[in-house]
Write a protein that binds this ligand. Structure first.
Ligand code: FE2
Length: 334
């Protein structure tokens, strides 16, 4: 079965259709109508609803100022220990960092990206994973948008080159929607290894695989895992966290999936008792392909999925109770 069939979406017919032009038109439509869903009696886009939430925050000047300028700039470093059954003893203690959803060209600036990379340099990690959505520009005119997008992307090259450890990446939906080729070029120039449905060894008996994003790309888990030897511990990067259900359904030999995409919802309201995810907060809105695993760590059977809250913001510049995140994972034997 086509992998996209597992996860339904309004843009999927474009992926099945022939002809780059039709695909491009549909991806353009997805860009314009991001996450149109039904809320109540009429259709309203996720972007509109997020702006309404921003408007509500703005009713308090202090709240608006905090959510617009303070929290988005306060990048938090989250340390997570991953207990993995079958992890080679030699890999115990290995440290890997994750950054996601930079969305350069929207509200996150190149100097913010440079500062984030410098912080990763202080974390004594062996590897940095970048889990997609590198760029998003706010420009309605299509031809102008393409130019601005390429400019924004190239502004990431120097910040990424500051990294003192190897970097690996996967593409996100925004990377596909505007055309993935400039993203590939930027990552090449920055020295980032992009995994497009492929895997690479990162230690003895430890492999890292990456799939294209399910929303706009063409993920192929079979191809991604083809080179990973049986018996190895294999980690997977997938921009969209809900791809994890596909991993589970196919009983794929993946120990941990690393994702982003949701930004944790960006605006999280407190709740008096923990929700089903054990958290004392909840997001009003999360995007398609991020509803099942919207934030943090979830263990399903032997497998783990981790959803990073991202660095940038989109479609609104607000964050509340959901700061930007750099994650540091330490691998341990279960
Ligand atoms: Fe995304």
């Amino acid at each position: 079965m086509n992998e996209q069939m597992h996860l339904s979406s309004a843009v999927e017919p474009a992926l099945a259709s022939s002809g780059d032009e039709r695909l491009e038109k549909r991806l353009e439509l997805a860009y314009e109508q991001e996450n149109a869903h039904s809320f109540g009696p009429r259709l309203i886009s996720r972007r509109s609803l997020m702006w309404m939430i921003g408007g509500l925050l703005s009713t308090s000047a202090v709240g608006a100022g905090y959510a617009r300028f303070v929290e988005p700039a306060h990048v938090q470093i989250d340390s997570v220990t991953l207990a993995i059954a079958g992890l080679p003893a030699s890999c115990a203690g290995k440290r890997i960092a994750q950054i996601s959803d930079i969305h350069i060209g929207a509200y996150f600036q190149p100097e913010d990206a440079a500062a984030a990379i410098q912080r990763v340099n202080q974390l004594d990690v062996d590897l940095l994973m970048l889990t997609g959505d590198f760029v998003t520009v706010r420009e309605r005119d299509r031809s102008r948008r393409s130019e601005l997008r390429t400019q924004a992307l190239m502004s990431l090259v120097e910040p990424l080159r500051l990294a003192q450890m190897p970097m690996v990446a996967v593409s996100g939906n925004h990377d596909h929607w505007g055309g993935v080729d400039p993203v590939v070029r930027m990552l090449n120039e920055a020295g980032v290894h992009l995994l497009r449905n492929e895997a690479m060894p990162i230690d003895d008996g430890l492999w890292l695989a990456g799939v294209e994003d399910v929303w706009g790309g063409r993920p192929d888990l079979g191809a991604a895992l083809r080179d990973a030897p049986a018996g190895a511990t294999t980690l997977l990067m997938s921009h969209s966290p809900d791809y994890f259900d596909n991993v589970i359904q196919r009983n794929a030999p993946i120990a941990v999936q690393f994702s982003g995409h949701t930004h944790g919802g960006q605006v999280r309201l407190p709740r008096p008792t923990p929700g089903p995810d054990g958290l004392f907060s909840y997001a009003l809105i999360v995007p398609e392909y991020g509803k099942r695993y919207p934030i943090g760590l979830r263990r399903v059977g032997e497998r783990i999925v981790y959803t990073n809250r991202g660095l940038g913001s989109w479609p609104i510049p607000y964050r509340f109770n959901c700061p930007p995140e750099i994650t540091v994972f330490t691998l341990q034997q279960a």
